[in-house]
Design a protein around this ligand. Structure first.
Ligand SMILES: [Zn+2]
Length: 450
């Protein structure tokens, strides 16, 4: 019944006591992850040293040091025993007690979720080493240094969805307060009506709450499962029947046009993003002018972090508006597969802004399409959407990034560059019916041609 993965985010307004507790929890998460990484690293090192010595003696035996289990379950068991003073290597405190002295101050879930996170990071590392993971290679997980990683921790909502909303450990106590286990009600900002109504109607169940500190503000992400959207929402009859191609614009956020060559829509917004980037640049410059370790540097760093948050929020908001409009009005959408690794290296500012926004747009379109019963096709990254003439199909050899208008030498068509690309995308057909294309290594998109 509840099968749709959904996350709701809210900014929190914790009191001083809660703030201190949040900071301690984030510290405990770092501590736990580092504990596991150090254990695994020591074990790997011991085994490799032993293996070297054995090979020098010409002995083909396996090292006698046993390898550790990297599963989240065994990490949880090991850490619980260690922190409760039940392991041989548990800490011994000054008063003679064993175990982690401050363990009772925090919810135990913080340690368990951190153990699971450490196991997941190690799994990514080992999958990459085995060659079972797409994308760039993943090294041994980094130790979590204070001030270097974003303070964050997770708490699970340990109650089944069958239990009533009022007895869930993580729940809204009133329109402006979220109850978290061990913290009591935490004040939050923003409209909560929609999510509260979904919870009360049994249409959303919270799995976990992740708290993250971004530029001095704590954000909670409530992750869970929701009911499918209403049938009327999934099968709107007034949707555009012809496939619509969506191309990233340089001036606009994106340009959409259908396969018949009719412009569909143009989503503006790069100007807002550019302004945001300008303030980011000046905040960066202000930081560079300050002396390391000074009060002024602290202030400049806080200002920069705040600007970063604003830029991210602005972008997300704009992209949500565009993805919502496209999903509500189209039946079939075609987007390009962006080379994410290549995008980051792009130093052309306008291009990099639109690339980043477009990557986010594709991500949103893909999950919203699933919810609303819309088909999203992902054109392969070698499809020459910009270089092809949408009038006669001739492909140009090269097209400068600064050329804003496409003019065809073969048929004489003169058309806006982004519009031309959008039309070509709309006409793109998958070579193999129902072929699986990976836009993002973590999620597969099945293209159905039905
Ligand atoms: Zn042409």
């Amino acid at each position: 019944m509840l099968s749709r993965a959904v996350t709701f985010q809210f900014a929190l307004d914790p009191n001083l006591e809660q703030r201190i507790l949040f900071a301690k929890c984030a510290g405990a998460r770092r501590f736990t992850v580092n504990h596991h990484l150090a254990r695994v690293k020591a074990n790997l090192d011991a085994r490799s040293t032993e293996r070297e010595m054995l090979s020098e003696c010409g002995d083909p035996c396996e090292p006698s040091t046993a390898s550790l289990s990297w599963s989240g379950f065994s990490f949880i068991t090991e850490f619980n025993a260690w922190k409760n003073g039940e392991s041989d290597d548990s800490l011994v405190n000054e008063d003679g007690t064993r175990g982690l002295a401050w363990r009772h101050e925090l919810p135990g879930d913080v340690f368990e979720c951190a153990s699971v996170d450490a196991a997941r990071a190690l799994e990514n590392f080992s999958a990459s080493r085995r060659g079972a993971r797409r994308g760039s290679s993943v090294g041994f997980p980094r130790f979590q240094a204070k001030g270097k990683v974003t303070p964050s921790f997770r708490l699970r909502n340990r109650a089944p969805s069958s239990e009533s909303p009022s007895s869930q450990p993580i729940r809204f106590t009133d329109p402006t307060h979220l109850r978290l286990p061990r913290y009591g009600p935490v004040k939050l900002f923003g409209p909560t009506r929609k999510v509260r109504r979904m919870i009360d109607a049994g249409r959303f169940h919270v799995y976990s709450a992740t708290l993250t500190q971004r530029a001095d503000r704590w954000i909670v992400s409530l992750t869970g499962v929701a009911a499918e959207l209403h049938q009327a929402e999934r099968s709107r009859s007034n949707r555009h029947a012809v496939p619509v191609g969506v191309d990233r614009g340089i001036i606009s956020l994106c340009v959409a046009a259908d396969a018949n060559g009719v412009p569909f829509d143009r989503f503006e917004g790069v100007k807002t993003l550019k302004q945001a980037h300008a303030s980011l640049k000046s905040a960066n410059q202000a930081l560079a002018r300050t002396t390391p370790g000074s009060k002024g540097r602290q202030r400049a760093r806080a200002r920069l972090a705040k600007t970063h948050r604003k830029v991210a929020n602005t972008r997300r908001h704009l992209v949500h508006q565009a993805s919502k409009a496209l999903i509500e009005r189209c039946q079939v959408l075609v987007v390009e597969d962006l080379n994410v690794a290549g995008m980051v290296r792009n130093r052309h500012l306008a291009r990099s802004i639109s690339d980043a926004a477009m990557g986010e747009l594709s991500r949103q379109l893909l999950y919203k399409a699933k919810w609303h019963g819309v088909e999203v096709r992902v054109a392969d990254r070698f499809f020459p959407s910009s270089k092809t003439c949408s009038g006669c199909g001739v492909v140009k050899n090269d097209l400068d990034l600064s050329t804003r208008t496409y003019s065809c030498g073969a048929c004489g068509l003169v058309i806006d560059r982004d519009l031309n690309a959008a039309i070509n995308l709309a006409r793109w057909q998958p070579k193999e019916p129902s072929e699986v294309i990976l836009l993002d290594p973590t999620r597969a998109v099945l293209l159905s041609t039905a």
